[in-house]
Design a protein around this ligand. Structure first.
Ligand code: SF4
Length: 424
């Protein structure tokens, strides 16, 4: 059997696409190469959301030139968001790449391989189930693409306009996962809140999935503060299995910058959503994304973001430095802020957030709660790692099996993880 290696970068949607691509390759007669073995086909699935992501992928793709040197018949393909927006860069920098493919062309990969090798491959069934590699957790795509055109973001260009999966397909996939024993299901999409298929809105879909997920954590990501309506707040609060976690990207605490980012909401709207969610689900874990150094972000605008961090007190925040992406509206704006100042702003926010996260997590010490055991702890050898409904990781010792829910008492906290002991 010919072998393949698959290297996936980026977000949960890319992970999901990677699982689908693996299933397509195996349906087409390829076998995953053993770790360290040279593969007949190497596929790199890329992210283009930040310049650092494409630089990382470029480094890896460049290094694949030696694969071709050792085996001139090897085939190298590059897919995902990056070739959709900068295929010319890949072609120029990496002449050893045989073909590129977009996020909607996964099914065409075996045909492209057959054409390049000159060998006819077996036909691939139209419907393949993703080859999951994340048990007991699994992602289910409910929509793809994005219509929002935030001025800094390449996703609408890379992944195209929004498309929504039929609700019945989503429910069928969730049922299959539950039958296979998955215990933590995440509905994913670039903006799940804008899901609408006929009469089924995001809130209605969440309720339908919740009704299936008895005794399983049900999550969804990612959300948009403009589109997270009262019906979504209700579905989050009333869902018996919906996890107590909301990731709600803020990006900036300055109305002027939010406007320049074309985000479609202001701080009033964001704070309104937060207060409704916190009122409906007291103690919910709230996380966010922040972007510093957007063109025109003055010191005063940055301070507004800092104040928003203080006021909202997120459980955690992913802070990124703005980088210009090709073809976006913001790429035409003057990006005058020195890199050192952007780094300074990132570090200032990250340090304050670390302190807030630690305060919040310390407040959980002494609580007894339920965690889903995910596997071995990455932090403490010989221990297990579990995930709470709030999506926080708790490390603990004792006997436990991946995939089981356990009762745990929180005994210590860091900004990033918790420590606990089994409650018998
Ligand atoms: S909502 Fe904005 S940031 Fe999110 S994927 Fe769409 S364009 Fe990008």
């Amino acid at each position: 059997m010919p072998t393949y290696e698959l290297i996936v970068y980026g977000c949960q949607m890319n992970d999901y696409d990677g699982e689908k691509l693996a299933a397509i390759m195996e349906a087409a007669g390829y076998e995953r190469a053993a770790e360290g073995d040279a593969a007949d086909v190497v596929l790199v699935y890329t992210c283009a959301v930040r310049q650092s992501a494409t630089a990382r992928a470029l480094g890896r793709i460049t290094s694949l030139a030696r694969v071709k040197k050792d085996n001139p018949r090897a085939i190298i393909g590059v897919g995902g968001c990056w070739p959709a927006v900068e295929s010319d860069v890949i072609e120029r920098a990496c002449p050893h790449v045989d073909f590129t493919f977009g996020t909607t062309e996964l099914e065409n990969v075996p045909a492209a391989l057959a054409e390049i090798s000159g060998e006819r491959g077996p036909s691939v069934p139209a419907e393949v189930s993703p080859l999951r590699k994340s048990w007991p957790r699994a992602n289910v795509a409910i929509m793809r693409g994005c219509n929002n055109f935030c001025s800094y973001c390449v996703v609408p260009y890379a992944r195209g306009a929004e498309t929504y999966r039929p609700a019945d397909d989503v429910l069928k996939e969730v049922e299959e996962l539950l039958r296979a024993g998955f215990k933590d299901i995440t509905l994913i999409g670039q903006n799940v809140n804008s899901y609408r298929r006929g009469e089924v809105t995001f809130a209605r879909l969440l309720k339908k999935v919740d009704a299936l997920c008895d005794g399983v954590f049900l999550r969804f990501i990612t959300n948009h503060p403009r589109d997270f309506g009262d019906d979504a707040v209700d579905a989050l609060a009333q869902g018996r299995n919906v996890a107590r976690h909301l990731h709600l990207p803020l990006q900036s605490g300055s109305d002027a910058i939010l406007h320049a980012m074309n985000r479609g909401y202001d701080m009033n709207r964001y704070l309104d959503v937060v207060s409704k969610v916190r009122e409906a689900v007291p103690g919910i874990c709230l996380t966010t994304d922040l972007l510093v150094g957007f063109p025109g972000e003055t010191e005063a605008a940055f301070e507004e973001t800092y104040r928003a961090l203080e006021e909202i007190r997120f459980d955690s925040a992913y802070v990124f430095i703005y980088s210009s992406r090709p073809g976006t509206a913001a790429a035409a704006l003057e990006d005058a802020l020195p890199r050192a100042e952007k780094v300074n702003r990132l570090q200032t926010l990250a340090a304050r957030q670390r302190a807030i996260s630690l305060e919040i997590n310390r407040g959980l010490i002494g609580e007894e709660t339920v965690a889903l055991v995910e596997g071995r702890s990455a932090k403490n050898a010989g221990e297990h790692a579990g995930r709470l409904s709030e999506s926080k990781i708790v490390n603990f010792g004792g006997k436990a099996r991946a995939g089981e829910f356990i009762a745990v008492k929180i005994t210590a906290a860091s900004p990033w993880t918790l420590r606990g002991e089994l409650v018998t």
